[in-house]
Each structure stands twice: as structure tokens, then as C-alpha cells.
Design a protein around this ligand. Structure first.
Ligand code: SIN
Length: 185
């Protein structure tokens, strides 16, 4: 059995595990949102950063990249790695993955992804919605062991551009962060 992993955030530009194939496409019924607090990668407990999670959204799609892992030993290594990297994401889901917007049947079924849920009992770092200005200000200031939070946002913006996806939530935030940074000069 091969395993497929769907990335919609940092996994788009940095898988970090061995894979046999990378396919650009989307999942249905979700939207990408900067609602997850990060205290281990792009922020610290005293000042969390924000990373993306998925929010159920009727009629919407979320673009990203799916990675195929064929060998059992690669799967074990990838899962062990991802369980640490994505440890602030409290849920795993298995979804249908599409490559064509007109397709009614999925290109791949049972693609695994990580979600940071809004359930504060299992996800103490969840932050939820805020205005573009407030999220952008938090991103400008936050920095964690993986680097500045703004780099995560800009890398995501670039990675989405490279796969031909235009995500207004990400673009609006990136523009607001650039505006704040230009004011600081
Ligand atoms: C993902 O990339 O799929 C999960 C969120 C992240 O690690 O940025």
C-alpha cells in the first residue's frame, strides 16, 4: 500500500522526507487559514506565531501538493518525522485529492493531511480568526526556532504562486505584512 500526504502549508515548499512523486492539486470543502498558533516553529510560547490550518468551508477548495511514499520503510521514517514536525496539529484526516477542477472523481483517495482543530481541549495553541491587520502585526513580530514568521508567510505566498494558486487570504496577509514593514523603515 502506498501512502499519500497532502501539504497545504510549509509541506508545499519543504517536504523534509523521501517521496517518489509530487502532484499539484486540491482538496474540496476546506479553506486555508492562518488560525493556528505556533510556539515551536514560527513563534515561542511567550509570543506565538501563526501558521496555516484548514477550516471546513462548503463549496471551497484548497490547493497544495500531494506526496507519494511507496516503500514501507520510507513511510515509517516520514510518519515519525511528521509526527514531530506537525505535533501542534491535533488531527489527521484522509481525504479525496483532485487535479482537475472539472473532475467529479478524485485523482487519489485517502490522502493524509494534518489539521489544527479549533478544539482547545486537544489544541491549546489554536488562535482562530482575527482581522488581517492583527494577524499581519502578529506575523511581523513573531519568530521561532524555524525562523521569522514573516518568512513562512512569504514562502507560502511564493510556493502557491509557483503552483499556480492564488489564495486571497495569503496574498492579503502578505501585502499587509509588506505594508507594515515598509512603514517601519
Ligand atoms: C501543511 O503544510 O500541510 C501543514 C501546515 C504546515 O506545516 O505549515
Amino acid at each position: 500500500m502506498v501512502m499519500w500526504v497532502f501539504g497545504y502549508g510549509s509541506l508545499i515548499w519543504r517536504a523534509g522526507f523521501h517521496f517518489d512523486e509530487r502532484v499539484v492539486g486540491f482538496i474540496k470543502g476546506y479553506r486555508r487559514v492562518f488560525y493556528q498558533g505556533s510556539t515551536d516553529h514560527r513563534g515561542i510560547p511567550e509570543f506565538p506565531g501563526r501558521t496555516v490550518t484548514l477550516e471546513p468551508a462548503e463549496g471551497e477548495i484548497c490547493w497544495g501538493a500531494a506526496y507519494k511514499i511507496s516503500k514501507k520503510e520510507d513511510e515509517e521514517i516520514a510518519l515519525a518525522y511528521l509526527e514531530v514536525r506537525e505535533k501542534q496539529y491535533d488531527k489527521k484526516e484522509y481525504v479525496d485529492f483532485y487535479t482537475e477542477v472539472t473532475a467529479t472523481t478524485p485523482a487519489i483517495s485517502g490522502v493524509m493531511l494534518y489539521i489544527a482543530s479549533p478544539d482547545k481541549k486537544t489544541n491549546i495553541n489554536y488562535l482562530g480568526p482575527a482581522s488581517v491587520e492583527d494577524i499581519a502585526r502578529q506575523i511581523v513580530q513573531a519568530e521561532g526556532p524555524a525562523g521569522p514568521n514573516r518568512d513562512y508567510l512569504f514562502q507560502l505566498e511564493k510556493a502557491l504562486f509557483q503552483i499556480g494558486c492564488s489564495d486571497n487570504h495569503v496574498i492579503d496577509l502578505a501585502n499587509e505584512v509588506r505594508r507594515i514593514l515598509s512603514e517601519e523603515l
